[in-house]
Ligand binder design. Structure first.
Ligand SMILES: Cc1cc2nc3c(=O)[nH]c(=O)nc-3n(C[C@H](O)[C@H](O)[C@H](O)COP(=O)(O)OP(=O)(O)OC[C@H]3O[C@@H](n4cnc5c(N)ncnc54)[C@H](O)[C@@H]3O)c2cc1C
Length: 403
């Protein structure tokens, strides 16, 4: 898993919504928190101390005076609302090994933490091959038979028999694509586009929850300095403060569809960004919140001038124009093979098995039925950790009953 390393668990109420609203039975904050804990024991993500100074102090103060509390336990407490240092999926190498002279921090990867250091003896790892489809032995009730693989290096295809079952973890774009390539009738693959955690009150009445005390946060505002946007960042903006609102709980749904039956051709991805009005309103409200934060007295001594969107963009139409030309994605795609029981569900939440297919499970971000209002790597780790327990328990039960 290689990404921008932001590590956010998500809101506990949003976790409960998987079970309450999405039909993912057994998946809620209670069942997930111990898996988040277990994952973090292995990853050892860095929880920075509040050793803020200068500009960072001003950011904390501006958030406080705008009504957002300091909330350093947004990953552990019931409520994400508030401002805190951003937790990253990096390791403090010096503390762990005391060996690195120049750099204190290293990127955490799932490979390093789960495979490199403790690879099970019966696991063989083969890289450099592309899965291009599956073969099933029974047309009416498909049973997994073999996997088709392609080697670019050797320019050849071959297949490998599946004796028991296969666990597919090709991610939110490629898992549904492989199902489609293999002729599995899955619904059109929908995905959800996706640190100050805030609530956009204009659009929160979309959901109500019965228990818990947390806020239904739906804006994640990142503060950073320097270039967050592109290589064309002008030199005179190098010393800038950037507020990047990631809007959460988007209602827009995109699709991943095969362009044709050639498995080496990428799928057509239509993200349908901001195609629902409430999503656009949330982006606008996030920009307005950013402006409100930057107008707080604690920033006065820096005399910031807004360069993006800039003072010329004030009305809703002007802002929409700017957003359509400049907004980008956080790449937090989920939901293309979602767990649940409704018509759009692909995976059985009790055992990760693809509905109506024998011998195929999916364990990756594609099974997430809804967003936790957070970046998606932590969710993927927690889903995988719980899926392991579900699958191992099933095998143990089968083994015990056959003796
Ligand atoms: C640019 C970017 C930045 C991001 N930043 C963050 C962040 O800061 N914080 C955060 O929490 N999340 C972030 N994310 C999201 C996060 O990385 C994903 O949610 C997470 O990686 C999903 O894990 P996954 O196992 O479902 O899929 P992936 O990590 O995509 O893993 C799928 C694997 O399957 C392999 N694969 C796919 N198709 C095939 C095939 N046909 N044959 C063989 N192998 C195949 C891929 O090579 C890949 O190794 C970011 C994503 C991107 C793209």
């Amino acid at each position: 898993m290689h990404n921008a390393m932001g590590y956010v668990r998500g809101g506990q109420k949003w976790m409960d919504a998987w079970e309450l609203d999405e039909g993912a039975t057994g998946w809620n904050s209670k069942t997930l928190i111990s898996y988040f804990d277990a994952v973090e024991d292995i990853l050892k993500v860095v929880y920075p101390a509040n050793d803020t100074q200068g500009l960072v102090d001003a950011i904390f103060e501006a958030s406080r005076s705008t009504g957002f509390p300091y909330n350093p336990s947004y990953n552990h407490g019931p409520d994400m609302l508030g401002i805190a240092n951003f937790v990253m999926s990096i390791n403090d190498v010096e503390r762990e090994t005391k060996q690195q002279a120049n750099s204190n921090y290293n990127r955490i990867t799932s490979y390093e933490k789960y495979l490199q250091s403790s690879r099970p003896k019966n696991l063989q790892l083969i890289t450099g091959l592309q899965t291009i489809g599956f073969n099933f032995s029974n047309d009416e009730h498909p049973v997994m038979d073999s996997v088709e693989l392609y080697s670019e290096k050797h320019q050849c295809k071959f297949s490998v028999a599946v004796n028991k079952e296969l666990i597919l973890s090709a991610g939110t774009i490629n898992s549904p694509r492989l199902l489609q390539l293999s002729g599995i009738e899955s619904p059109p693959a929908f995905f959800l586009s996706a640190v100050l955690f805030a609530v956009d009150n204009d659009t929160t009445h979309e959901a109500t929850y019965r228990n818990g005390t947390g806020s239904l946060t739906n804006i994640e505002m990142l503060f950073s300095t320097g270039n967050m946007i592109s290589n064309s960042w002008p030199i005179e903006w190098q010393n800038s403060l950037v507020l990047s609102p990631n809007i959460q709980q988007c209602k827009s749904r995109g699709t991943v569809m095969l362009m044709n039956s050639n498995p080496l051709i990428p799928p057509a991805i239509d993200a349908a960004y901001l195609s629902v009005d409430t999503d656009m309103t949330r982006v606008i409200n996030s920009i307005l919140l950013g402006r409100q934060l930057l107008s707080q007295p604690s920033f006065k001594k820096w005399n910031f001038q807004e360069v993006l969107p800039g003072p010329n963009y004030q009305t809703r139409d002007e802002l929409i124009n700017w957003i359509r030309g400049n907004a980008t994605t956080g790449f937090h795609y989920i939901g293309t093979c979602k767990m649940g029981t409704d018509k759009l569900s692909v995976v059985n939440p009790h055992n990760m098995k693809v509905w109506e297919v024998e011998g195929l499970r999916i364990v990756d971000a594609s099974v997430a039925p809804a967003s936790f209002s957070a970046n998606t790597q932590s969710l993927t780790y927690a889903v995988a950790a719980r899926a392991v327990d579900l699958i191992v328990t099933e095998y143990k039960l089968k083994h015990n009953s056959s003796h």
